[in-house]
Design a protein around this ligand. Structure first.
Ligand code: NAD
Length: 337
């Protein structure tokens, strides 16, 4: 059978990107919606064939426990709400897919992992690039040694933030600025492209605090990651320019992606420059979104751990906390193994 998903939060991502993808899934279907806007929920339910019994709001959400159609709750809410809804979903006996960044703090991440473990439920983080064919092919070629011994990694990730009143620019709701939202893709890529865990970070923040968008959160933050093999990771995150690129340099060549982590249109080059563009083989799903949804369904069906479990989200949040500390204290921060 196809496992049933409840989508919590009918915003840009939940409604705009995820809900339309169930038609591309083999093991997943949409069975419930959780929204604070009853009229919107009703309209979306009608459009996607969700029965009225599958519509919840934030107050009666816990009743999802009594809905056997719902196997997995997908949390597509502002970051400050991730921990609460993940924990409530686990207590309601549901598996959880939670959007990135996992939560406001590593403490919250630990509580989410504990709640899902205690309930005997899976917890996966919405790191969709692990299901995206171009990224998977880039990882495969790096691991196969095609560019020789790895030397350094570089990534720039950013976009231009708009509305100063948006939750992403409110620290209490977002946990921080560009690194929480978009720089996290550079951090993730540094880890999956090198296949190593950083041992130390050094960071520098540059933000115009007179810009109404950046009263509470950072705009640009540049961070270096030291990896055990000697590979250096160098990442730039920003809310004031559009950039989406990954470069992995080895002593025999380079792997480059641009755009690297967008919703679509990824391009990959392997070699000395950009003379050799690679067309990756198909990924695990019709696209990265369907691949991600079906991965968790299959993990539940076969009782396997997801490739991006809660621990993976926690690792990134711990590193981000060290990045912020480094920028604040203007010194290198060693990471605990
Ligand atoms: P959004 O603002 O478009 O949607 C957020 C939803 O939460 C809205 O439906 C809003 O009504 C609801 N909500 C409930 N309570 C709220 C409150 N108190 N304040 C504000 N909104 C509230 O945001 P989004 O872009 O859909 O982001 C949602 C999550 O998805 C975030 O964690 C974000 O990081 C993540 N996201 C991931 C990707 C990806 O590619 N993986 C892309 C975009 C967003």
């Amino acid at each position: 059978r196809k496992l049933g998903y409840a989508i919590v939060g009918l915003g840009g991502y939940g409604l705009g990107q995820i809900i339309p993808q169930f038609k591309n899934c083999q093991h997943s279907r949409l069975v419930a919606l959780v929204s604070g806007d009853a009229a919107k929920a009703k309209r979306v339910a009608a459009e996607y064939g969700v029965p009225p019994s599958g519509i919840y709001d934030y107050n009666n959400f816990d009743r999802i426990r009594d809905n056997p159609e719902v196997d997995i709750v997908y949390v597509c809410l502002p970051v400050s709400m991730h921990a609460e809804y993940t924990i409530r979903a686990a207590k309601a006996g549901k598996h959880v897919l939670c959007e990135k960044p996992m939560a406001l703090s590593s403490k919250e991440c630990e509580a989410m992992i504990a709640a899902c473990r205690q309930a005997g439920k899976k917890l996966m983080i919405g790191y969709r690039c692990h299901f995206e064919p171009t990224n998977l092919e880039a990882i495969r070629r790096a691991r196969a040694g095609e560019i020789g011994k790895l030397r350094y990694f570089r990534s720039e990730h950013g976009y231009t933030a708009g509305d100063p009143t948006a939750w992403r620019l409110k620290k209490a709701m977002s946990g921080g600025g560009s690194i929480m939202d978009i720089g996290i893709y550079a951090l993730q890529a540094a880890r999956y492209m090198t296949g190593e865990e950083p041992v130390a970070v050094y960071a520098k923040e540059t933000t115009d605090r007179n810009d109404p968008r950046f009263r509470e959160v950072e705009d640009m933050i540049e961070f270096q990651l030291e990896f055990p093999s000697g590979v250096i990771g160098s990442c730039m995150s920003m809310y004031s320019a559009n950039r989406n690129q990954v470069l992995l340099m080895g002593d025999k060549g380079r792997i480059e992606m641009e755009p690297a982590t967008g919703y679509s249109g990824q391009r990959l080059w392997v070699g000395r420059g950009r003379e050799n563009e690679i067309q990756p083989p198909p990924g695990p799903g019709r696209n990265q979104f369907a691949g991600q949804l079906d991965h968790l369904s299959q993990c539940v069906i076969e009782n396997r751990e997801p490739v991006v479990p809660g621990e993976e989200g926690l690792r990134d949040i711990r590193i981000i906390e060290a990045v912020y500390q480094s920028a604040r204290e203007k010194r290198r921060i060693a990471l605990k193994a």
